[in-house]
Design a protein around this ligand. Structure first.
Ligand code: 3PG
Length: 220
């Protein structure tokens, strides 16, 4: 898969909802009810971080829930990319980018949302063909003003800001012309998962889905 094709696929996935929940799943039994709650709430694009032993099994289970698009987050190495693909991930997200990771995702046909925090990082990815990037760590890297500033010299790149995004600051990000969606962990916190508070998670998903305003028009 070319970087251009990967960015096209990522753009289509990001267009499905204004917010991508970033999920840290510790109990594989949580995977299905969690996915069902998020999808029912109108948030179908799910990023399962490869930070727990349960992550790959959770991706495999969640990928079977109708209506969702399940990807792997915290994909750092070529081995991570191959494992995510084998588990059934539809896409991958990384906090930054290395040549090895980019090559592995391209070879695997796994659409990657690669991370960038500076103009040079964004330019380097763009030069390779990645026009959709994760802006990470969004708040720590300057937040809305930084992302807005990047849109002047590098308007070709659209971003998914992640890291410190909240329901309070998400509308400002989503109002930027170069923001395609945002990512965040607030929709399904560790506490809510431990409590198996699926209705609470569905309610947060519903609120997050509404951050995008009217549902996107389907293309004719
Ligand atoms: C992460 O690193 O876990 C993601 O970027 C989400 O960050 P957040 O917890 O600040 O939403």
């Amino acid at each position: 898969m070319t970087p251009q094709a990967a960015s096209k696929a990522i753009a289509e996935i990001c267009a499905l909802a204004p917010v991508v929940p970033v999920l840290v799943i510790r109990d594989p039994a949580h995977a299905r009810p969690l996915a069902e709650a998020l999808i029912a709430g109108g948030v179908p694009v799910l990023e399962v971080t490869l930070r727990t032993p349960a992550a790959l099994a959770a991706i495999a289970e969640m990928a079977r829930v109708p209506g969702g698009r399940v990807g792997a987050g915290t994909v750092l190495t070529p081995d991570d990319a191959r494992a995510a693909r084998a588990a059934g991930a539809a896409f991958a997200v990384s906090p930054g980018a290395t040549d090895g990771l980019l090559e592995a995702c391209e070879a695997e046909g796994l659409p990657l949302l690669p991370g960038a925090a500076t103009a040079s990082e964004a330019m380097r990815l763009l030069a390779r063909g990645y026009s959709v990037q994760k802006f990470f760590p969004a708040e720590a890297a300057g937040g809305v003003p930084a992302l807005k500033a990047l849109s002047g010299p590098i308007p070709q790149v659209r971003f998914c800001p992640t890291g410190g995004v909240t329901p309070a600051n998400a509308p400002a990000y989503l109002g930027l012309g170069n923001t395609i969606c945002v990512g965040g962990s607030w929709i399904a916190t560790a506490e809510m998962m431990t409590a198996e508070d699926w209705s609470g998670i569905e309610a947060r998903a519903r609120d997050a889905a509404a951050l995008g305003g009217a549902p996107p028009k389907t293309s004719a």
